[in-house]
Design a protein around this ligand. Structure first.
Ligand code: SF4
Ligand code: SF4
Length: 478
């Protein structure tokens, strides 16, 4: 064990400690960090929520067109959301550093403590992510069923619900409960961000072992405003994964060793020393299953023949039921449940037949973490496509924030729709390169997660998924 740790220490030095840069060091150690940035984003969230409140799609205007013209839907769904996906893959949970929801949870937890409210610990099953999977599925289902991403009022309700939930969980539960057990994007950031290049790690494990005060762990430090012991209940001296660390830098501030032992590293992606699990937990597995269906649907939506093919069954079902109001919900269940369940059963059977698992369920757990690398790459490609097409509306939305005049003019043909910032001829090959890179990394991740196990049972499903996603993205340029 000691040898293993020493090895980790040696490799952890394979990165650049950003704290060696004076501006970064001063910023991180400033008492207002990261609170000021979180507060700024909170102001933006609240302002967007207030502005979007009561605004619905104008009569006679296509809801997707209106969503591109309204500043709230445009900024939340075409800028913030894709940026969060890219940021997670490249820099781990960097968004969490400045996230306003964490700030709300933090403040309400302090208020709850002041009011002597009984604050419970998070049950283990909740901390494992079971509710996060459910909330993520719920959000995606509501997006599909109610088109909350196309209606400013619904988007405002969504933001309000997130802020409300973080407030209530903070009051009633302790230890960063919202982030650890309720944040709908918590598992997305934790799984997509595993190979992120920004990481908090100890410089040497030995120094931490010999550190008597253990300020980064001390319960008494947890309720401080600054230089807190880890509010997420992690053990900073043993960090070997980006999964749960919000890069809040509190442990860096808390460390009293001279020189400080905790580092803020910029490292190569998917650092070899990080921990890999041979089998993903069930919440992670189910999350990857859900998100695979969502990403497949999103990639199909950019290529008409694929979109038609993907929608044949839900359209047929909607016509049979005879209720257009149910169309989005049927589509949501199709993409989030039926398609991934069928696809994953085929993949699981393949892995099992090739001797890589004793059951389909075990195969799912073995495949989830390598697969998520390819899926995240596909998600990045979709994010790029969305940003480049919707982003062209940004100048219009800044001129006419409500978007009513703009959307009405575009809808009536009185104005020409702006061309995408980048054509499909560029976005498609870039997307294919992303998926191909994701595929190669996923192979390496599968190898690192189980070097002693045969690779073929995992490689075949990875090739299958990689080919499907690459074909869909290639189709965008046709
Ligand atoms: S886990 Fe969710 S709420 Fe917490 S900081 Fe990250 S994004 Fe924000
Ligand atoms: S390990 Fe450090 S940076 Fe990560 S969440 Fe805990 S205190 Fe924040």
């Amino acid at each position: 064990m000691a040898a293993q740790r020493a090895n980790t220490v040696k490799h952890n030095m394979d990165g650049f400690n950003l704290l060696r840069l004076r501006p970064v060091r001063v910023l991180v150690h400033w008492g207002g960090f990261p609170y000021v940035f979180q507060a700024l984003f909170l102001v933006v969230f609240v302002a967007l929520g207030v502005f979007g409140w009561g605004r619905f799609t104008p009569d006679g205007v296509n809801d997707k067109l209106y969503a591109k013209c309204n500043i709230v839907t445009l900024l939340i769904w075409a800028v913030w959301w894709p940026a969060m996906i890219w940021l997670a893959v490249l820099l781990g949970r960097a968004w969490c550093t400045v996230c306003p929801l964490e700030l709300v949870g933090n403040i309400s937890e302090r208020i709850g403590r002041r009011l002597s409210l009984p604050q419970a610990s998070l049950p283990r099953w909740v901390a494992a992510g079971a509710l996060i999977v459910a909330l993520y599925a719920l959000v995606q289902l509501v997006v599909a069923g109610l088109h909350i991403h196309r209606v400013p009022h619904y988007t405002a309700l969504f933001l309000g619900a997130l802020l409300g939930l973080s407030l209530v969980t903070g009051l009633l539960l302790k230890d960063r409960a919202f982030c650890r057990g309720f944040c709908p994007v918590g598992l997305l950031l934790g799984t997509y961000g595993r190979g992120g290049m920004l990481a908090v790690r100890p410089h040497t494990a030995e120094a931490c072992r010999e550190c008597a005060p253990r300020d980064c762990l001390l319960p008494a430090n947890r309720t401080k405003l600054d230089a807190r012991s880890c509010p997420s209940l992690l053990t900073p001296s043993r960090l070997d994964s980006n999964r749960d660390c919000l890069i809040c830098c509190q442990c860096i501030k808390a460390c009293q060793l001279k020189p400080k032992n905790m580092q803020l590293l910029l490292r190569r992606p998917f650092h070899p020393d990080d921990a890999r699990e041979g089998l993903a937990s069930w919440p992670v597995t189910l999350f990857v299953l859900l998100v695979s269906g969502f990403v497949a649907y999103e990639l199909c939506s950019e290529w008409k023949p694929a979109k038609v093919l993907f929608g044949i069954v839900p359209h047929w079902l909607t016509a049979r039921i005879g209720s257009d109001a149910l169309a989005g919900w049927i589509n949501g269940i199709w993409m989030l449940v039926v398609v991934p369940l069928v696809g994953w059963t085929v993949l699981g059977l393949l892995t099992r037949l090739l001797g890589g698992a004793t059951s389909v369920r075990e195969a799912w757990r073995r495949l989830a973490l390598p697969l998520v690398v390819i899926i995240a790459a596909g998600h990045m490609a979709k994010g790029l496509a969305k940003f480049t097409s919707w982003g062209a509306f940004l100048p219009h939305a800044l001129n006419d924030s409500s978007g009513v005049t703009t959307a009405t003019a575009f809808g009536a043909g009185a104005a020409t729709l702006p061309p995408a910032l980048l054509g499909k001829g560029i976005v498609s090959p870039v997307g294919v390169i992303l998926v191909a890179a994701g595929f190669l990394v996923s192979l390496r991740e599968a190898k690192r997660a189980g070097p002693e196990r045969p690779m073929l049972p995992v490689v075949v499903p990875l090739v299958a998924v990689g080919l499907v996603l690459a074909t869909l993205v290639l189709g965008w340029g046709m």
